[in-house]
Design a protein around this ligand. Structure first.
Ligand code: HEC
Length: 132
């Protein structure tokens, strides 16, 4: 009985422990792993909230970094620095169940019945189809 109780306590405590990572009061980043490398490289241009509210797989984080490098003047990283940043982001800000799903691509959407007509209306008839 005692053993069962201990197992239950351990099971209850385990997820709590994972959430007990302290948060840096300045940046809001979880203070674990290479968080200081992320702080040193990722908060110069925008609020750290842009990072902490975002979620993604390692690959998705990499795509965001590439986009910023291409479009937003983000500097290039040494491969080992980039690896540490990606590991930190993917481990601490992974995709979530309760996250808003990604947008449905336009070609998978049903036709929009309220879309404006793509052609000029036929002016030989009125809106009810009667000859003018
Ligand atoms: C050189 C400037 C710069 C640096 C440094 C920078 N970013 Fe950004 N980042 C931007 C800009 C500009 C945007 C677009 C902001 C906006 O839309 O208001 C952005 C947007 C983002 C977004 C939002 C992307 C989206 O799809 O909404 C995330 C997440 C992000 N950055 C994470 C990071 C991370 C992680 C790092 C460090 C590796 C970083 N940023 C470093 C310039 C930078």
């Amino acid at each position: 009985m005692l053993r069962l109780l201990l197992i239950m306590i351990a099971l209850l405590a385990a997820p709590a422990a994972a959430q007990d990572i302290p948060v840096d009061p300045f940046s809001g980043l979880k203070m674990t792993g290479d968080w200081q490398i992320v702080m040193g490289n990722c908060i110069a241009c925008h609020s750290p909230k842009l990072i902490t509210q975002q979620r993604g797989t390692r690959d998705q984080w990499l795509q965001m970094i590439r986009w910023m490098q291409e479009k937003q003047n983000l500097w290039q990283f040494q491969p080992e620095v980039e690896d540490k940043i990606l590991t930190y982001l993917a481990e601490n800000y992974p995709p979530r169940e309760d996250q808003r799903r990604a947008a449905v691509p336009p070609h998978l959407m049903p036709p929009n019945p309220y879309a404006p007509p793509t052609q000029q209306p036929n002016r030989e008839t009125d809106n009810a189809g009667q000859s003018l």
